[in-house]
Design a protein around this ligand. Structure first.
Ligand code: CTP
Ligand code: CA
Length: 225
């Protein structure tokens, strides 16, 4: 680990990160997913490794190489991501949830390919577990919890609501849609906590990951006395 470290701010600290989309099958050849390349999460993993952290990356289907030094767990569905994260979380000090988790999955994925027939088709969807809220609700060995909120409108208000509702330590909000955020090369973030916040201006995802990590580390150390 020391081999990759630029500094020692997170030496001895274990960071769990979710990244990428999840994929919820409708039948053996079709699925519902979210727009996400996983870049932001992988860049944060790299920044954590550079600060000397031990990093576990739980990744949905993405086309990205594993950052050297990270332990990677590949998953496909939200249920699989939830199971992997709940198993790993108690052994980590920080949890950073960057994944674009599908909010719903098919109630009963078809075992055989759906054939087209009628002009309209309805598929019943059921809610997926909220991975971040589940970790933040742990009563023992609860890591410091950092969430993301991708919003198309009322960014700050929705993000503050998520911070409180999910009982997070920190939330990073960004505006998406219209070429912003997902699948864009650069991004801007509003980082919010209970008693404050800071704006990180539009920049490349790698620089943004480093700037964000500075804030996360500051808040994390502040909350651990
Ligand atoms: N998240 C999660 N598990 C889910 C849904 C979201 O861990 N099932 C995490 C995301 O990784 C992100 C944060 O929760 O860090 C907020 O995700 P977002 O989709 O913005 O919030 P939701 O609570 O799903 O609300 P909505 O989609 O209705 O805005
Ligand atoms: Ca959602």
């Amino acid at each position: 680990i020391e081999h990759f470290a630029r500094d020692d701010r997170l030496v001895g600290h274990r960071v769990l990160i979710t990244a990428g989309p999840t994929r919820e099958p409708l039948d053996p050849v079709r699925f519902i997913t979210n727009r996400s390349t996983g870049q932001q999460g992988f860049a944060i993993a790299e920044a954590c490794l550079a600060a000397g952290a031990q990093v576990t990356l739980v990744a949905g289907p993405v086309n990205l190489p594993t950052p050297p030094g990270a332990a990677r767990i590949d998953v496909e569905t939200a249920a699989q991501m939830h199971a992997a994260v709940m198993q790993q979380a108690p052994a980590h000090d920080l949890f950073i949830a960057t994944a674009a988790v599908a909010d719903y999955r098919a109630a009963e994925p078809a075992e055989r390919k759906l054939k087209k027939s009628a002009e309209t088709l309805s598929i019943e969807l059921v809610r997926n577990p909220d991975i971040l809220a589940s970790v933040a609700a742990l009563s023992e060995r609860r890591p410091f919890c950092v969430g993301f909120a991708a919003e198309t409108h009322d960014v700050i208000a929705y993000a503050r609501d998520k911070l409180q509702r999910k009982r997070l330590d920190l939330i990073c909000a960004n505006e998406v849609g219209g070429g912003k955020g997902f699948e864009a090369d650069d991004n801007a973030l509003h980082v919010l906590w209970d008693a404050g916040g800071v704006e990180l201006p539009r920049q490349g995802k790698r620089e943004l990951a480093n700037a964000l990590l500075d804030v996360i580390i500051e808040r994390y150390h502040a909350s651990h006395g």
